[in-house]
Ligand binder design. Structure first.
Ligand SMILES: [Zn+2]
Ligand SMILES: [Zn+2]
Length: 325
């Protein structure tokens, strides 16, 4: 505003000179008036200039605001794009993995030799990672468990109990049955395994695992209910080990359905097999001297639940492991 004030003051002074000095020389008067005109013009220019300056500032502010808003919007859009890209990448990765496993699966279905090869190579890469453990294990193993479980493909004890190689001696047969001492016939494989595990390895626990939907037990129950069956004499003679349990359940639960009968039988056969373990003199001795503990287990395929109990389970007691601790 300095310039305008300056001009205003000069103008006022010229005006007062022109007004108060009538005797002013006409030339001087003309000159003064010319000056006055120039000053008036300059004042106008100054005013315009000031206005323009204000406008310029306003415009600058507006531009600044618009710039900020545009930048914020761009930033937002960029972030959104980044997020979309990440989501797409995850999706893509999942799809690729899915396709890979499908290809692998189809490959295995088509080619069992490939399945064996790939399976072993996968294990070998795990072996390389845990080399120290496996090399020690190759020298000596000291498993604490002897486990009897069904040969059903869905009940592998190493998988369902998250065991490592070297942690258990496992015997698998149809319906996880253990024959009584001396009653196994001409090929006593149970006897050999029990003697090896108890006398040589000196395991500390014997666990018999039964399971739901056991087709071996279903065959036993069907045979026992004298339904016409297509099973061979050899198969039936193996299942005979569980016959006593089947009878016991049928007598105690006469009104139960055949499905209920099977479930009860799956559990009672576990008790019976453990009792049969005790008919081995060296097992009886080890249990009596508390060197070995006997455990019964039951795995429910549908619920993915595991029950553990000691001998003589009454079907309602025992510890149940249904969810993560
Ligand atoms: Zn061997
Ligand atoms: Zn089974």
């Amino acid at each position: 505003m300095g310039k305008i004030t300056c001009c205003e003051e000069a103008l006022a002074e010229v005006n007062s000179i022109v007004l108060h000095c009538p005797k002013l020389e006409p030339f001087a008067c003309k000159k003064l008036k010319k000056l006055l005109k120039e000053l008036t013009f300059k004042l106008k220019v100054c005013e315009e200039w000031e206005k323009l300056k204000v406008k310029e500032l306003e415009l600058k502010e507006k531009v600044e605001l618009k710039k900020e808003a545009a930048e914020a919007k761009l930033h937002e859009e960029l972030e959104e794009l980044k997020f979309k890209k990440e989501v797409c990448e995850v999706h893509l990765h999942e799809e690729v993995e899915d396709l890979k496993s499908k290809v692998e699966l189809i490959g295995h279905e088509i080619n069992p030799v490939e399945k064996i090869k790939c399976g072993f190579l996968k294990f070998k890469s795990h072996f390389e990672q845990e080399k120290e453990y496996y090399e020690k294990l190759a020298e000596c193993h000291k498993p604490k468990f002897l486990i009897f479980s069904c040969c059903d493909s869905r009940v592998d004890p190493f998988k369902i109990l998250n065991l490592e190689l070297g942690e258990a001696i496992v015997v698998r047969n149809v319906a996880n049955l253990v024959a009584a001492y001396g009653e196994e016939g001409p090929c006593p494989s149970n006897h050999a395994a029990i003697e090896y595990a108890v006398k040589e390895i000196k395991v500390e626990h014997i666990l018999v695992i039964g399971h739901s939907h056991c087709e071996g037990i279903q065959a036993l129950v069907k045979t026992h209910h004298e339904e016409k069956t297509h099973y061979s004499e050899s198969y039936k003679s193996w299942l005979k080990i569980g016959e006593h349990s089947c009878k016991k359940v049928k007598e105690a639960y006469s009104s139960s359905t055949i499905e209920e009968h099977c479930t009860l039988c799956e559990k009672e056969c576990v008790n019976h097999s453990l009792h049969n373990c005790l008919t081995y003199p060296f097992v009886k001795e080890a249990v009596a001297s508390k060197k070995i503990t006997l455990h019964a287990g039951y795995y429910d395929l549908h619920k993915c639940a595991f029950s553990r109990w000691s001998l003589d389970y009454n079907y309602s007691e025992g510890e149940k492991y249904c969810s993560n601790p």
